[in-house]
Design a protein around this ligand. Structure first.
Ligand code: HPA
Length: 256
């Protein structure tokens, strides 16, 4: 039986310690190979697919992730619902380091990425609706799980997707704040849009790992980021695990 739910792990979540590994899949796609093997895992009685967005060894930077191959491979392997995990910088009081955020909107500042399956020619031309970029039912399932796990979750936020791999300048962050961004990450797009193009339900769970550039004294160090990941990612995993199990038990069917 193939798993219907997939988790895409980002920085700080390259594997799922404690889950039973059932199968490792290495599907090829018309777009090349995904970032890593897809792992079919069993956890708490639920089966799901897990994919490390940056590769098993975290060797693929955000602008080089083959987002199309990743989403295609997940769908080909049976996934219909995708829970994505993203590490982000935070803007604004509610989005301090350690906060877990369920974004509801996106502004895309990325460029030069293969960002669509509808590339003209044989692949056709289609303009998907993206008014609400995330699945309402997956967001609500994640919010329910946060309550069940008694974890604080900021249930809204605008995700500003930047190109990376460098972090932003202070002026870029001020501009993004004026634009209405609440969190900044490098991997939220084109992943969310590609999922929509493939008809996959998609939601993102973000862990704020640093105040965005210029919002705290000093420079942003990888050591500081790692310290937040070390303390926060366990909570993200707990929330995800609760959600995956409940979705699986409910016999997850994709949104109509
Ligand atoms: N900016 C962009 N991406 C990020 C950040 C940030 O501050 N922190 C983690 N990912």
């Amino acid at each position: 039986m193939s798993a219907v739910i997939a988790v895409i792990g980002g920085t700080g979540l390259c594997d799922w310690v404690g889950a039973e590994a059932l199968e490792s899949l290495t599907p090829q796609t018309p777009y090349g190979a995904p970032s890593a093997a897809l792992r079919r895992l069993r956890f708490g009685g639920a089966e799901f697919l897990f994919l490390a967005r940056h590769g098993d060894e975290h060797g693929v930077p955000p602008h080089r992730v083959n987002y199309r191959a990743n989403l295609w491979a997940l769908r080909e392997s049976g996934a219909r619902s995708v829970l994505a995990v993203n590490a982000v910088g935070g803007i604004g009081e509610r989005y301090g380091a350690g906060a877990i955020v369920l974004p509801d909107q996106i502004i895309d500042y990325t460029y030069g990425r293969d960002h669509t399956f509808f590339d003209g020619g044989d692949s056709g031309v289609e303009h998907i609706d993206f008014t609400e970029p995330y699945s309402a039912s997956l967001r609500s399932a994640l919010a329910d799980s946060a309550r069940a796990c008694q974890l604080l979750l900021v249930e809204e936020g605008v995700y500003g997707a930047t190109q990376g791999p460098r972090l932003e300048t202070a002026a870029e962050v001020r501009r993004m704040a004026r634009d209405g961004c609440d969190v900044i990450g490098m991997t939220g797009m084109p992943e969310a849009a590609l999922a929509r193009e493939l008809g996959l339900e998609y939601a993102s769970l973000c862990l704020v790992v640093n105040p965005a550039a210029g919002l705290a004294p000093g420079v942003i160090t990888m050591d500081d980021i790692q310290a937040v990941i070390d303390s926060g990612m366990e909570q993200v995993k707990q929330l995800l695990a609760d959600c995956v199990v409940k979705l699986a038990v409910a016999g997850r069917k994709p949104d109509a």
